[in-house]
Ligand binder design. Structure first.
Ligand code: A3P
Length: 330
């Protein structure tokens, strides 16, 4: 009798523990502030309750039941191009109330050690979002990585792809300026860096700084997996001159309600670039990108600039034909 009582008692305890575990399992939410290295602007935007965000227009778009608030795999990716203006794009895009951006470059589809962490890990890096919001991740290295199109397609054949393109010659100089900063100015001059001979007449055409600008070659690899209609090209030069126009086209491509307008930006004379107006609006530089974006470029020997332009021209023309748009790079 006593043994039977013990048996029933222990069974009830085990059953209760199983049921409790099943129905009260806590979601594995990590400390988001440490995962996403947000800028002050980005943090201030994210931490505000939806109704106090810019112009409160988001009330129109956000499903306020909040019951679907969870981390999701991205449905849009900014895949490139390095130094095209990708940070400016994701920062502007994240102002849209129906966009949730992962600000850290995760290098998931271009680095094996990250890819091996698995899609669950990747998803766990995303900001929580509602069902009607778009989750965006940006890693510009995806565009130039051989296997990235296949791996991205494996994650989702319907993911929308965004690429900011910029005059490839200027892009190469921008890339060099960044590299030179990282090397504290110890890098050999650009002219030497991109050529093979002492006269600077033969381009080092196989160097990454040069091949990154062969947009059409990279695009061809993506087109093996994704139709052109699923890829949107943002004009990097226009993103600086007229961000609203470029961003409206992005909204349309992503199927977002129009939200981004002139009221979100101001031109910062000191920075020489458009900057986002912040909620706090307490510092002249607030809402601008960091000093690593919009660096002064070194002045380059004109012959080397011409060498690069001549090299890129036929690839540019092929690229315009492939995407059906002439970007007008010299
Ligand atoms: P430069 O530093 O050569 O001027 P990415 O974010 O992909 O690394 O691109 C950096 C480039 O973004 C900068 O290159 C700059 O020209 C461009 N850019 C576009 N909009 C900008 C903005 N609002 N503020 C600063 N840089 C911007």
């Amino acid at each position: 009798m006593k043994r039977r009582f013990c048996f029933y008692f222990v069974s009830i305890i085990i059953l209760t523990a199983i049921l409790f575990n099943t129905f009260h399992k806590q979601p594995e939410v990590e400390d988001l502030a440490t995962i996403f290295s947000l800028t002050e602007t980005e943090q201030s935007f994210d931490l505000l309750p939806p109704s106090t965000h810019a112009q409160s227009k988001d009330i129109l778009f956000i499903d306020d039941t909040k019951k679907d608030w969870k981390q999701r795999l991205p449905n849009a990716l900014i895949i490139g191009i390095r130094k095209g203006g990708t940070r400016a794009l994701i920062n502007s895009l994240s102002r849209h109330p129906n966009v949730k951006a992962c600000y850290r470059e995760l290098h998931f589809f271009d680095r094996q050690k990250n890819y091996h962490l698995g899609l669950d890990w990747y998803k766990a890096q995303m900001p929580p979002s509602l069902r009607n919001q778009i989750t965006v991740e940006k890693t510009p290295a995806y565009f130039v990585t051989d296997d990235a199109p296949r791996l991205v397609h494996q994650m989702s054949p319907s993911v929308k792809l965004l690429v900011v393109v910029r005059d490839p010659t200027v892009r190469a100089i921008s890339d060099y300026a960044q590299l030179s900063d990282k090397n504290h100015g110890s890098l050999r001059p650009f002219e030497e860096y991109v050529t093979e001979d002492s006269q600077h007449r033969v381009l080092r055409a196989s160097s990454t700084i040069v091949t990154t600008g062969l947009y059409v070659n990279h695009l061809k690899r993506w087109l093996k997996y994704f139709p052109l209609e699923q890829i949107h090209f943002i004009n990097g030069e226009e993103l600086v001159k007229n961000p609203v126009h470029e961003m409206n086209a992005v909204e349309k491509f992503l199927g977002l309600e129009p939200f981004i307008d002139e009221k979100l930006y101001y031109f910062n004379e000191t920075k020489g670039f458009p900057c986002l107006i912040t909620e706090r609006n307490d510092s002249a530089k607030s809402g601008c990108l960091s000093e690593t974006k919009g660096r002064p470029h070194p002045s380059i020997n004109e012959d080397v600039v011409t060498l690069l332009r001549d090299f890129y021209r036929p690839f540019n023309v092929e690229f315009y034909e492939a995407v059906g748009k002439n970007f007008g790079w010299p």
